[in-house]
Design a protein around this ligand. Structure first.
Ligand code: GLA
Length: 388
């Protein structure tokens, strides 16, 4: 973290001759509960040791000056002209966040910001939520607007909806902003009630394997899945008026009101209904310390995401299939929106080196793509950091 932060403050000072405020906001993992957040179900994410870092200071005029170290690019716009940018994506996460202040009637001043991140892009670790949360948090500090964290989570989510065009649920921004070291967050995405569950496993590590497949389909297919879920809910609601989301739906309701109409919509809804249940059972496993059982559920989640929800891809499936054959892997599944990115694996620590040494050449030969890996540790959420 030291090097990335010192590069950030040096770049900022060289560009703007000022000392900035520095904010770190992490990427996330999710143990179980995928595609459940926008269906008012539960999720079990955690913030990790990969993060976006933003350096910021207010200006005396109404100009926004942005610099992204990772892309070696700059972008400038007037506060009054805030709107989504078409030909680049990175400014949108910051501008979309800034726009939320304007929408709340807060007077936004011009500002300088430099961004750097070590959350891999397109890896399903929420690199965009990390930037949004860092931006909202940094602006809240700089403008002294005193917003609470939950409000900032919602603003960061809106930035993604309005400036990146992905109708994401609340999980990524919530995990980035609210993360707690060595704990996963059991979040009820309907009430937003949450609980920190200790997650420090003896001799077991969280290994992320990156397919290096960029999920180009992800945002359009993501929005399609959301609509398919809404269709399932609407069909049940025609018969049971109290149903408002898949959280309220049972498999019996799907049998009666959805399956006879459309097999595909039924599969989408059924996966979500099963996944919400699976997560709740997985939390009981965690409380009892039964990691084998939790791991088994992760494999089941992958199966559902692959065959029922149809958001996996052959590279993800390959990695999970190999993981399943290996006794040292307790659980594995694709993580995040899908169509590429990482698998998350619960692995015996002593077997990790061997596993990677075997998987890498095999994956590269089979897929003609590199396989990268990260051992994730669970860290705190968004925070101001000291200059180094
Ligand atoms: C993306 C979205 C989240 C969530 C996951 C799938 O990461 O941003 O809100 O829906 O996909 O669980």
């Amino acid at each position: 973290m030291k090097t990335i932060v010192s590069e950030l403050s040096t770049t900022f000072t060289e560009l703007y001759q000022q000392r900035p405020l520095l904010v770190r906001s992490p990427g996330r993992i999710n143990i179980i509960g995928e595609h459940t957040d926008y269906n008012e179900g539960f999720v079990l994410p955690a913030a990790i040791d990969k993060a976006a870092y933003i350096a910021i200071s207010l200006r005396d005029d109404n100009e926004i000056h942005l610099r992204a170290i990772d892309f070696n690019e700059s972008f400038t716009v007037q506060v009054a002209d805030l709107k989504p940018v078409r030909d680049k994506s990175w400014p949108n996460y910051i501008l979309g966040s800034a726009a939320q202040f304007v929408k709340r009637g807060i007077k936004l001043k011009g500002f300088n910001a430099v961004l750097v991140s070590d959350v891999p892009i397109g890896a399903g670790m929420s690199s965009s939520a990390a930037v949004e949360c860092a931006s909202v948090f940094a602006l809240n500090e700089a403008l002294q607007t005193n917003l609470d964290r939950l409000t900032m989570v919602k603003m960061a989510q809106k930035a993604e909806h309005e400036y990146a065009g992905v109708m994401c649920g609340i999980m990524d921004q919530f995990a980035s902003m609210m993360g707690k070291k060595d704990h996963v967050i059991k979040l009820d995405c309907r009430s937003l009630a949450y609980e920190y569950v200790p997650f420090k496993l003896e001799d077991i590590k969280l290994l992320l394997l990156n397919t290096n497949v960029k999920h180009s389909l992800a945002s359009s297919e993501y929005n399609t899945r959301r609509k398919e879920c809404e269709t399932a809910v609407a069909w049940v609601k025609e018969h049971i008026g109290t149903v408002n989301s898949l959280r309220d739906v049972t498999e019996e309701m799907l049998d009666k009101f959805v399956l006879p109409k459309d097999g595909l919509i039924d599969q989408r809804g059924r996966y979500v209904v099963q996944e919400i249940e699976r997560l709740l059972e997985g939390c009981v496993d965690l409380q009892r310390g039964d990691i084998q059982s939790l791991g088994g559920k992760m494999f089941k989640t992958h199966e559902g995401l692959r065959s029922m929800y149809a958001v996996s891809c052959r590279e993800l499936d390959w990695l999970v299939d190999r993981a399943k054959e290996n006794d040292a892997v307790i659980g594995a599944r694709m993580m995040g929106g899908g169509f590429g990115g990482c698998t998350i694996n619960l692995v015996q620590e002593k077997a990790i080196d061997n596993l990677i040494a075997t998987l890498k050449p095999a994956y590269e030969a089979a897929m003609n793509l590199p396989l990268t890996h990260y051992i994730a540790s669970i860290e705190n959420g968004t925070e101001v950091i000291e200059q180094v």
